[in-house]
Ligand binder design. Structure first.
Ligand code: AN7
Length: 347
């Protein structure tokens, strides 16, 4: 029986037998081929999505959280805390509940998707909506965690990236080889750094031949790494990556450069086009931030080597953000309670 990523990859993770593993059986997410997306972009190679929305709380954050909360529990901490655009708060709240710890989450008031807010609340976290953006929230969290015995579980906690790197292992294990390219959304820039760690470790331990080129994508209204400047007022429909001053900025630049990759920007319009395309052509529903990978693929497919293998990371589930889905979809039909009315719409 599958029992989570720590158990599966413990020989490659900083854990020892004295630790109680806090897990919700995260990881082991499917790699799904999406030929319709390849075709839409006029690309001849093999194209897959790594559907991280199928983790227990609906995002890749669970990979990092199983590690960070396991470590915090082992260290005798009682409280975990994070700043979040939504997914980290949902994940922290769930793993804290599992660990019998409490969670405090700081979110930018009015700028997180509805599903994520619902999750943090129902898992029992103390939810603090700050009249500021993510970058402000992270600053406060760092100060409070330095002052009190509270475990910080944002991705500046090194255990987070250790857990997240296992997605790279799974991709190589599933394909049987390392892909040529990995395309991924970039917000706080932890995940692209984690994939680089994972692919590097697999190469160094002889589990794969090479490190894929890592191509990161930021929203054009929140593109600090692409433009090499802090965005004081980041704006994008993809609220998960509405971040103006990423904590793992330098690590991400290193991941980009050492993998011979790129970090580019995609507009909200391109993100939403990709979001609908993936759903309507492939039956896969991700949240807008995740569609930045697909938008980047469509925009830059012309620059990818012919007949190569591409993996796009879908970081979060579409159900996280029902408001955007409803806004982007065709109207529904409202009808009277009789067969005739329904028949008119059907035929
Ligand atoms: C769906 O939850 O930063 O570049 O506070 O939720 O590692 O930050 C979320 C980030 C991409 C960007 N896709 O990953 C948070 C948070 C989704 C996300 C990212 C996030 P990083």
């Amino acid at each position: 029986m599958y029992q989570g990523l720590i158990k599966r990859y413990r020989h490659l993770l900083p854990v020892d037998d004295s630790m109680e593993i806090i897990t919700l059986n995260e990881g082991n997410t499917p790699l799904i081929e999406v030929p319709a997306v390849a075709e839409a972009a006029g690309f001849s190679g093999k194209v897959f999505v790594k559907y991280e929305g199928l983790n227990p709380t609906g995002s890749f954050k669970d990979r990092g959280m199983t590690m960070a909360v396991t470590k915090a529990k082992h260290d005798g901490m009682k409280v975990v805390m994070c700043a979040s655009t939504g997914n980290t708060s949902a994940s922290a709240a769930a793993y804290a509940a599992k660990a019998k710890m409490s969670a405090v989450v700081l979110i930018p008031d009015g700028n997180i998707a509805l599903g994520k807010l619902a999750q943090a609340m129902i898992y029992g976290a103390k939810v603090i909506a700050v009249q500021g953006n993510f970058d402000d929230c992270l600053r406060y969290v760092k100060e409070l965690c330095a002052k009190y015995p509270i475990a910080l579980v944002n991705s500046i906690n090194p255990y987070r990236l250790e857990g997240q790197k296992t997605a790279a292992f799974e991709i190589v294990d599933d394909l049987g080889y390392a892909p040529d390219y990995l395309l991924i959304p970039v917000g706080n820039a932890g995940n692209i750094s984690a994939y680089f760690m994972g692919f590097t470790q697999y190469k160094e331990t002889g589990m794969s031949q090479k490190i894929p080129k890592l191509w990161g994508f930021q929203a054009s209204g929140a593109a600090p790494i692409v433009e090499n400047r802090i965005f004081e007022k980041p704006e994008t429909v993809a609220t998960a990556i509405r971040i103006g001053n990423p904590a793992s900025w330098e690590k991400a630049v290193k991941a980009r450069d050492n993998s011979l990759g790129r970090i580019e920007k995609v507009t909200d319009q391109e993100i939403l086009f990709a979001y609908r395309l993936l759903a309507t052509t492939s039956g896969i529903f991700c949240e807008p931030a995740s569609a930045a990978s697909v938008a980047g693929f469509i925009k830059y497919a012309k620059d990818l080597e012919k007949d190569s293998t591409v993996v796009m990371v879908l970081t979060g589930h579409g159900l996280k953000d029902p408001d955007n889905a409803i806004n982007q979809a065709p109207e529904i039909f409202h009808v009277k309670n009789n067969l005739k009315a329904i028949e008119e719409v059907v035929i």
